[in-house]
Design a protein around this ligand. Structure first.
Ligand code: WTA
Length: 645
């Protein structure tokens, strides 16, 4: 099967883009026609970005479907024996696993029945906290098959973060593993879940997969083993598990992400639009050809894994490689070894991974056969030119287009990106919007900045003016928060929270990073307010302020200015204590890279912390602090400058 909506030339792109603006309904319904529906839609699109209940967005109203029939069942006749997932374990000496579409379908059906046997019903929320094992993909798809709403929580989050997410979504079910392997570490997932569930008395069942044989405690009546539940279904002779018929706009999943306030939001994605958008972008951006091996190095705990390991590739019938471990273990050649071993055609990874591998030198690259590679992808943060060129020269051998894909948890799929083999690429530019996406660059006064002329560049805040099928529909349990966060700053437009620059010579977009109080640390979104809340939980801390600073490997590092009750006797010990607190409250990923103890924070007369000044100090730009005359006590700034780490 080729993909009727695949863009193959620049002329195709221009034609498709024009059609998508002039006749969006015609454009998207032609793509939707290539999917499997129980019943087709009555109306392609209804939307409102500016009313009091905004956003109101409905794609393919009236349509009935199940996303797993599109990701699994419809491939059985055409490519049932083709691998759907190739799983590469953490330890290179352990055997990899291949699940064909037939096998994956069967496993999903069995586990769907196991979920039903445990009382999971359509609409229920299921929290999934697992390592990168094939059963994670199976669990996600089984939820979708029976119409349960999954909420995957990344395995690096703490017990408290899990509890917050379970409570926010009122999830009654949890799926986890005894433990997870990550490099040379074993993470005791079940025991973290146990700690979380102390705060969640309503959780009815916990299903536990065996992976690491880490000892766990099983609570009678609540905790069951994955393997036992599967056996029960198999003893019944594997009854079929027909997919639940879902409405196009039924919620498929919730995924929590950090914003500028302290509390993560549950981004809500629905069924039909998300399915079409992830498949459409997957096939186009990577120029995917049937049968090719595609490897996304992300974790399914983040949106990249949802859209581009599970749903997009499987909806397109692709071969998707899933990797349990980390790029630097047992050595910095691991990703390239996987490319060589499985003859990977496309690798989709993050700038932070590229930078950390660069630092280990070419020795780990040169002994691998990378000739199978055809397309390279980058996601999660701006890719600096040095990393771009290293990726291009040493991995792609200058023959593979690099697609620098810009998107967000909220957008569901890629919005601005080159189309591999079609768009002329340019380092550090995400280039052009995909057909269907209408960006607008706004100035601080809320006015749209006109497109730049040749020889000119413009910059401002990036918005999107028209709906696309993969966009978020709400934030779980608090629709008003969704309106305020994304649709209030620029009425009638979706505000991305990112700054962007546009070059008039080619019309290309370059994403310059967050303009709100969100950090991007190793491609992970971390809210500064969240980290501050966590630091403030420490008994000795009075107040703190967290900002980002440029970090060679992580892109951005976390710099914390902390006021304690009394000056710490042993600052290093005090720092360790605070790190431990942050790891407990949020998870190790949010640990500050630098902690500076200070006596005061620069505040305005109205008591607002002036982060602009702290950011400059963290960046080392002491001479260039800007206007400090509005400060309540300008003296604190000198104190802080002197103590800079
Ligand atoms: C940033 C990850 C520059 C951006 C898919 C965005 C990028 C945030 C790029 C979303 C890119 C993602 N170039 N910046 N190619 N891709 N970002 O929700 O700041 O984890 O707002 O989604 O990452 O992060 P999230």
């Amino acid at each position: 099967m080729a993909y009727p909506y695949q863009i193959k030339t620049q002329a195709d792109y221009e034609k498709a883009y024009k059609k998508s603006v002039e006749d969006p309904e015609g454009f998207w319904s032609a793509i939707a026609d290539t999917f499997y529906w129980r019943k087709k839609w009555d109306k392609v699109l209804e939307w409102d970005f500016s009313g009091p209940d905004a956003p109101q967005v409905k794609w393919f109203q009236g349509a009935r479907l199940n996303i797993t029939e599109n990701c699994l069942d419809r491939h059985l006749d055409t490519r049932g024996d083709q691998p759907a997932i190739i799983w590469e374990p953490n330890d290179p000496d352990e055997h990899h696993r291949v699940l064909t579409y037939k096998q994956l379908h069967q496993k999903v059906c069995i586990f769907s029945n196991a979920l039903k046997n445990n009382g999971v019903k359509k609409g229920d929320r299921v929290c999934i906290y697992m390592g990168m094992v094939p059963e994670l993909a199976i669990a996600v798809l089984a939820c979708a098959r029976i119409g349960a709403i999954h909420s995957v929580v990344f395995g690096g989050f703490s017990a408290k973060s899990i509890a917050d997410r379970i409570l926010d979504a009122s999830a009654d079910f949890v799926i986890t593993c005894d433990g997870a392997y990550r490099g040379n570490k074993v993470i005791p997932l079940k025991s973290v879940v146990d700690d979380a569930l102390v705060q969640c008395p309503d959780v009815k069942k916990v299903i536990v997969l065996t992976r690491t044989h880490t000892p766990v405690s099983m609570i009678k009546g609540r905790d069951v083993w994955w393997e036992d539940e599967i056996k029960k279904v198999e003893t019944l002779g594997n009854p079929p598990c027909p997919a639940e018929e879902m409405d196009a706009e039924d919620t498929l999943y919730v995924l929590y992400t950090s914003g500028s306030t302290g509390k993560p939001k549950g981004v809500v994605h629905t069924t039909a639009g998300y399915m079409i958008y992830t498949a459409y972008t997957f096939v186009n951006v990577f120029n995917y050809q049937p049968g090719e091996v595609y490897f996304c190095t992300a974790d399914i705990g983040w949106v990249t894994g949802h859209s581009y390991i599970v749903y997009g590739p499987l909806a397109a019938g692709a071969v998707s490689v899933m990797f349990e471990g980390v790029p630097t273990w047992p050595n910095a050649g691991r990703l390239w070894e996987i490319v060589d071993k499985h003859k990977v055609n496309t690798i989709y990874t993050a700038p932070t991974a590229i930078r950390s591998l660069m630092a280990h030198g070419l020795g780990f690259v040169e002994d691998k056969d990378l000739s199978s590679l055809r397309v390279l992808g980058s996601v999660g943060e701006p890719i600096n030119e040095e990393a771009w060129h290293w990726f291009d020269e040493h991995i792609g051998k200058k023959r593979c287009p690099i697609v620098d894909t810009w998107w967000q948890t909220e957008t569901g799929g890629i919005l601005i990106s080159p189309i591999a083999t079609v768009t002329h690429t340019k380092p550090s530019y995400a280039t052009l919007p995909l057909p269907g996406i209408q960006p607008a660059i706004m100035d601080e006064k809320g006015q749209e900045i006109p497109a730049p002329q040749k020889g000119e560049q413009v910059s401002g805040n990036l918005c999107i003016r028209f709906p696309w099928p993969g966009m978020l529909r709400s934030t779980w349990g608090d629709h008003e928060r969704c309106r305020k966060t994304y649709f209030d700053a620029y009425p009638g437009k979706y505000f991305t929270g990112d700054g962007c620059l546009r070059d008039g010579d080619d019309g290309y977009y370059r994403i310059t990073g967050r303009v709100d109080d969100v950090l991007n640390v190793s491609g992970h979104r971390i809210g500064t307010a969240e980290v501050e809340n966590a630091i403030n939980m420490h008994a000795d801390v009075v107040e703190s302020a967290v900002v980002g600073y440029p970090h060679d490997i992580k892109g951005q590092g976390v710099y914390a200015f902390v006021i304690t009750e009394k000056e710490p006797d042993n600052p290093n010990l005090a720092r360790k204590d605070i790190l431990e607190t942050v790891a407990r409250i949020i998870g190790p990923i949010a640990k500050p890279d630098k902690i500076q103890f200070v006596k005061g924070l620069p505040k305005t007369r109205s008591g607002k912390i002036m982060r602009r000044i702290l950011r400059k100090i963290a960046e080392g730009e002491m001479e260039n602090l800007g206007d400090t005359t509005t400060l309540l006590d300008p003296g604190v700034v000198d104190d802080i400058k002197q103590g800079k780490l």
